[in-house]
Design a protein. Structure first.
Length: 215
């Protein structure tokens, strides 16, 4: 089993200092975490057979960089970026994450995925932040039955792990270009018969400085 990591970003784009994230911070600010923490951690993780950065960034050692300029200067640009990243990926599974998130690697997480291959097509990790609590604070990541969100839950755009076949049959390029595109993609995935599950053991961390992701 091989796992590719695809990180979408506009942190190096020409308007990165002007456009704001959902956390009301400039996208350029994400460059610090991506360059100093997220990418080094990913490149040091033997879990990943490939690390791909796609969007507006910079070439570097150890990862594949694919330039996909922003067109809408919003989160919708992630759709084209993720599609381009997927087309270069080779993994049996592909992790898609935004540039302000870091997927923590617990011991043996490959076996966690292996053990779910018969019943899982998309795995949603638990999401945390340390921005106001050094021990970590759990955040919403699409889990079911948390009003006003859909009772069945959805595969959040922050960070999820997809079996390759899911994106082959439900490509990012076919997702409606709306702000909540992750919910639209979830509908397509479920209509295609794929199974989404949620994991408390897998964790991703929101590391965007200055934001308030608990709101």
């Amino acid at each position: 089993m091989s796992i590719s990591l695809c990180i979408n970003t506009c942190a190096g784009g020409p308007k990165a200092a002007e456009t704001l994230s959902s956390g009301r911070q400039s996208h350029m600010q994400r460059s610090f975490a991506l360059r100093n923490f997220i990418l080094p951690a990913a490149l040091a993780d033997p879990t990943f057979s490939q690390v791909i950065v796609v969007g507006e960034w910079e070439p570097g050692n150890g990862y594949i960089y694919i330039e996909v300029p922003s067109e809408r200067f919003s989160c919708v640009d992630a759709l084209a970026q993720r599609q381009a990243g997927f087309e270069r990926s080779r993994g049996d599974w592909v992790v898609f994450q935004h540039d302000d998130h870091l997927l923590e690697r617990p011991t043996g997480w490959e076996s966690m995925i292996d053990g779910r291959t018969e019943s899982t097509d998309v795995l949603v990790p638990a999401r945390y932040t340390r921005l106001r609590d050094v021990n970590g604070e759990r955040l919403f990541n699409g889990e079911p039955e948390q009003p006003p969100n859909p009772p069945e839950g959805y595969a959040s755009g922050h960070c999820c792990i997809y079996r390759r076949e899911v994106i082959e049959r439900c490509p990012w390029s076919a997702v409606p270009a709306v702000h909540q595109w992750d919910r639209e993609h979830t509908k397509q995935i479920r209509e295609a018969g794929f199974v989404i599950q949620y994991s408390d053991a897998l964790r991703c961390w929101d590391v965007e400085a200055g934001s308030a992701p608990w709101i």
